[in-house]
Design a protein around this ligand. Structure first.
Ligand SMILES: [Zn+2]
Length: 217
Protein backbone atom coordinates (compact mmCIF):
# COMPACT_ATOMS: atom_id res chain seq x y z
CA UNK A 1 0.00 0.00 0.00
CA UNK A 2 1.48 3.40 -0.91
CA UNK A 3 1.80 5.69 2.05
CA UNK A 4 -0.49 8.70 1.97
CA UNK A 5 1.49 11.70 3.17
CA UNK A 6 -0.23 14.85 4.26
CA UNK A 7 1.09 18.36 3.93
CA UNK A 8 2.39 18.48 7.50
CA UNK A 9 4.42 15.30 6.99
CA UNK A 10 5.89 16.60 3.75
CA UNK A 11 6.89 19.92 5.35
CA UNK A 12 8.63 18.04 8.17
CA UNK A 13 10.39 15.79 5.64
CA UNK A 14 11.71 18.82 3.76
CA UNK A 15 13.11 20.32 6.99
CA UNK A 16 14.85 17.06 7.90
CA UNK A 17 16.20 16.73 4.35
CA UNK A 18 17.79 20.19 4.63
CA UNK A 19 19.30 19.29 8.02
CA UNK A 20 20.61 15.99 6.68
CA UNK A 21 22.26 17.73 3.72
CA UNK A 22 23.97 20.11 6.13
CA UNK A 23 25.03 17.26 8.44
CA UNK A 24 26.52 15.30 5.53
CA UNK A 25 28.44 18.32 4.26
CA UNK A 26 26.42 18.63 1.06
CA UNK A 27 25.24 22.07 1.98
CA UNK A 28 26.32 25.20 3.83
CA UNK A 29 24.58 28.36 5.02
CA UNK A 30 21.56 29.38 2.98
CA UNK A 31 22.53 27.51 -0.19
CA UNK A 32 20.72 24.37 -1.25
CA UNK A 33 17.01 23.87 -1.63
CA UNK A 34 14.45 21.08 -1.59
CA UNK A 35 10.98 20.69 -3.09
CA UNK A 36 8.28 18.02 -3.03
CA UNK A 37 5.29 17.75 -5.34
CA UNK A 38 2.11 18.61 -3.43
CA UNK A 39 -1.38 18.64 -4.92
CA UNK A 40 -1.00 20.44 -8.26
CA UNK A 41 1.95 22.52 -7.06
CA UNK A 42 4.93 22.05 -4.80
CA UNK A 43 6.21 22.60 -1.29
CA UNK A 44 9.62 24.28 -1.40
CA UNK A 45 12.18 25.68 1.03
CA UNK A 46 12.03 29.45 1.59
CA UNK A 47 14.73 31.85 0.45
CA UNK A 48 17.59 32.80 2.77
CA UNK A 49 16.94 30.64 5.85
CA UNK A 50 19.65 28.25 7.09
CA UNK A 51 18.84 24.58 7.71
CA UNK A 52 19.48 25.16 11.40
CA UNK A 53 16.77 27.83 11.67
CA UNK A 54 14.29 26.32 9.21
CA UNK A 55 10.89 25.24 10.56
CA UNK A 56 8.08 23.29 8.88
CA UNK A 57 5.70 26.28 8.83
CA UNK A 58 8.27 28.29 6.82
CA UNK A 59 8.11 25.85 3.88
CA UNK A 60 6.31 27.60 1.00
CA UNK A 61 3.46 26.10 -1.02
CA UNK A 62 3.44 27.30 -4.63
CA UNK A 63 0.30 26.31 -6.55
CA UNK A 64 0.24 25.32 -10.22
CA UNK A 65 0.31 29.00 -11.20
CA UNK A 66 3.33 29.52 -8.91
CA UNK A 67 1.20 31.67 -6.59
CA UNK A 68 1.60 31.53 -2.81
CA UNK A 69 -0.48 32.53 0.21
CA UNK A 70 -0.30 36.21 1.19
CA UNK A 71 1.47 35.38 4.46
CA UNK A 72 3.90 32.85 2.96
CA UNK A 73 7.65 33.55 2.88
CA UNK A 74 9.41 34.10 -0.45
CA UNK A 75 10.34 30.73 -1.99
CA UNK A 76 13.91 29.73 -2.80
CA UNK A 77 15.36 32.00 -5.49
CA UNK A 78 15.91 28.79 -7.46
CA UNK A 79 12.23 27.74 -7.46
CA UNK A 80 11.95 27.87 -11.26
CA UNK A 81 14.24 24.87 -11.81
CA UNK A 82 12.25 22.86 -9.25
CA UNK A 83 8.97 23.79 -10.99
CA UNK A 84 10.41 23.00 -14.43
CA UNK A 85 11.57 19.51 -13.39
CA UNK A 86 8.31 18.63 -11.62
CA UNK A 87 6.37 19.80 -14.69
CA UNK A 88 8.56 17.99 -17.22
CA UNK A 89 8.91 14.71 -15.29
CA UNK A 90 5.67 13.16 -14.03
CA UNK A 91 7.79 10.25 -12.71
CA UNK A 92 9.55 12.43 -10.12
CA UNK A 93 8.09 13.96 -6.96
CA UNK A 94 11.09 15.45 -5.18
CA UNK A 95 13.93 17.76 -6.19
CA UNK A 96 17.14 18.35 -4.22
CA UNK A 97 19.73 20.96 -5.18
CA UNK A 98 23.05 21.73 -3.50
CA UNK A 99 26.54 23.10 -4.03
CA UNK A 100 28.34 20.06 -2.63
CA UNK A 101 32.08 20.56 -3.00
CA UNK A 102 33.26 17.87 -5.42
CA UNK A 103 30.19 18.06 -7.67
CA UNK A 104 30.75 21.82 -7.81
CA UNK A 105 34.46 21.41 -8.60
CA UNK A 106 33.57 19.23 -11.61
CA UNK A 107 30.73 21.57 -12.61
CA UNK A 108 33.14 24.52 -12.55
CA UNK A 109 35.67 22.55 -14.63
CA UNK A 110 32.99 21.62 -17.18
CA UNK A 111 33.35 17.89 -16.52
CA UNK A 112 30.30 15.59 -16.51
CA UNK A 113 30.86 12.32 -14.59
CA UNK A 114 31.58 9.39 -16.92
CA UNK A 115 30.73 5.74 -16.18
CA UNK A 116 33.79 5.12 -13.99
CA UNK A 117 32.07 3.12 -11.21
CA UNK A 118 28.88 1.07 -11.08
CA UNK A 119 27.41 3.45 -8.47
CA UNK A 120 27.27 6.22 -11.10
CA UNK A 121 24.24 4.24 -12.29
CA UNK A 122 22.35 5.10 -9.08
CA UNK A 123 21.50 8.34 -10.86
CA UNK A 124 19.55 6.32 -13.44
CA UNK A 125 21.86 6.37 -16.46
CA UNK A 126 25.47 5.46 -17.28
CA UNK A 127 26.78 9.00 -16.75
CA UNK A 128 25.94 12.13 -14.79
CA UNK A 129 25.53 14.85 -17.41
CA UNK A 130 26.33 18.56 -17.12
CA UNK A 131 23.62 21.17 -17.73
CA UNK A 132 24.82 24.31 -19.55
CA UNK A 133 25.45 27.46 -17.52
CA UNK A 134 22.83 30.16 -16.99
CA UNK A 135 22.36 32.74 -14.21
CA UNK A 136 21.15 31.27 -10.90
CA UNK A 137 17.42 31.60 -10.39
CA UNK A 138 16.74 32.30 -14.09
CA UNK A 139 14.16 30.72 -16.39
CA UNK A 140 17.05 29.95 -18.75
CA UNK A 141 18.73 27.82 -16.08
CA UNK A 142 15.45 26.00 -15.39
CA UNK A 143 15.10 25.25 -19.13
CA UNK A 144 18.72 24.02 -19.38
CA UNK A 145 18.23 21.63 -16.47
CA UNK A 146 14.90 20.28 -17.71
CA UNK A 147 16.49 19.69 -21.15
CA UNK A 148 19.50 17.90 -19.62
CA UNK A 149 17.44 15.76 -17.22
CA UNK A 150 14.97 14.27 -19.68
CA UNK A 151 16.27 10.90 -18.50
CA UNK A 152 18.05 9.93 -15.30
CA UNK A 153 17.76 11.49 -11.88
CA UNK A 154 20.79 13.77 -11.50
CA UNK A 155 22.96 16.24 -13.33
CA UNK A 156 25.73 18.67 -12.60
CA UNK A 157 25.01 22.34 -13.30
CA UNK A 158 27.87 24.20 -15.01
CA UNK A 159 29.70 26.61 -12.66
CA UNK A 160 27.05 26.02 -9.99
CA UNK A 161 26.47 22.60 -8.35
CA UNK A 162 24.26 19.54 -8.66
CA UNK A 163 20.53 18.81 -8.86
CA UNK A 164 18.58 15.59 -8.34
CA UNK A 165 14.98 14.81 -9.28
CA UNK A 166 13.69 11.45 -8.02
CA UNK A 167 10.46 9.58 -7.34
CA UNK A 168 10.72 10.32 -3.60
CA UNK A 169 12.63 12.64 -1.27
CA UNK A 170 14.64 9.99 0.59
CA UNK A 171 15.81 8.55 -2.74
CA UNK A 172 16.67 12.03 -4.02
CA UNK A 173 18.86 12.61 -0.96
CA UNK A 174 20.56 9.25 -1.36
CA UNK A 175 21.31 10.06 -5.01
CA UNK A 176 22.66 13.53 -4.13
CA UNK A 177 25.02 11.91 -1.62
CA UNK A 178 26.15 9.37 -4.22
CA UNK A 179 26.65 12.05 -6.90
CA UNK A 180 28.96 13.83 -4.45
CA UNK A 181 30.83 10.59 -3.71
CA UNK A 182 31.26 9.77 -7.41
CA UNK A 183 32.34 13.36 -8.08
CA UNK A 184 35.03 12.99 -5.41
CA UNK A 185 36.17 9.65 -6.87
CA UNK A 186 36.33 11.11 -10.40
CA UNK A 187 38.23 14.16 -9.13
CA UNK A 188 40.69 11.83 -7.42
CA UNK A 189 41.25 9.74 -10.56
CA UNK A 190 41.85 12.92 -12.58
CA UNK A 191 44.76 13.68 -10.24
CA UNK A 192 46.47 10.35 -11.01
CA UNK A 193 46.04 10.03 -14.75
CA UNK A 194 42.28 9.76 -15.21
CA UNK A 195 39.75 6.95 -14.73
CA UNK A 196 39.39 3.67 -16.55
CA UNK A 197 35.91 3.97 -18.04
CA UNK A 198 33.43 1.08 -17.87
CA UNK A 199 32.05 -0.13 -21.20
CA UNK A 200 28.41 0.21 -22.28
CA UNK A 201 28.09 -3.56 -21.76
CA UNK A 202 29.47 -3.31 -18.21
CA UNK A 203 27.01 -0.54 -17.37
CA UNK A 204 24.13 -2.52 -18.91
CA UNK A 205 25.09 -5.44 -16.62
CA UNK A 206 25.16 -3.05 -13.65
CA UNK A 207 21.64 -1.83 -14.44
CA UNK A 208 20.46 -5.47 -14.58
CA UNK A 209 22.00 -6.03 -11.14
CA UNK A 210 20.41 -2.84 -9.77
CA UNK A 211 16.99 -4.03 -10.93
CA UNK A 212 17.35 -7.10 -8.72
CA UNK A 213 19.07 -5.43 -5.75
CA UNK A 214 17.69 -4.40 -2.38
CA UNK A 215 14.35 -2.82 -1.52
CA UNK A 216 12.16 -1.47 -4.25
CA UNK A 217 10.95 1.67 -2.53
ZN1 LIG B 1 22.30 26.86 -6.29
Amino acid sequence: MPRIENEETRRAQIVSAMRRMEARGLNRGTTGNVSVRHEKGMLITPSGITAEHLTADQIVFLDERQARAADALAPSSEWQMHAALLAARPDVNAVVHCHSRFATILACAGKPIPPLHYMVGVAGRPDIPLAPYATFGSAALAANIAATLQTGFACLMANHGQIVAAPGLSRALMIAEEVEEQAAVYWGTLAIGGPNILSDADMADNFRQFSQYGQKR
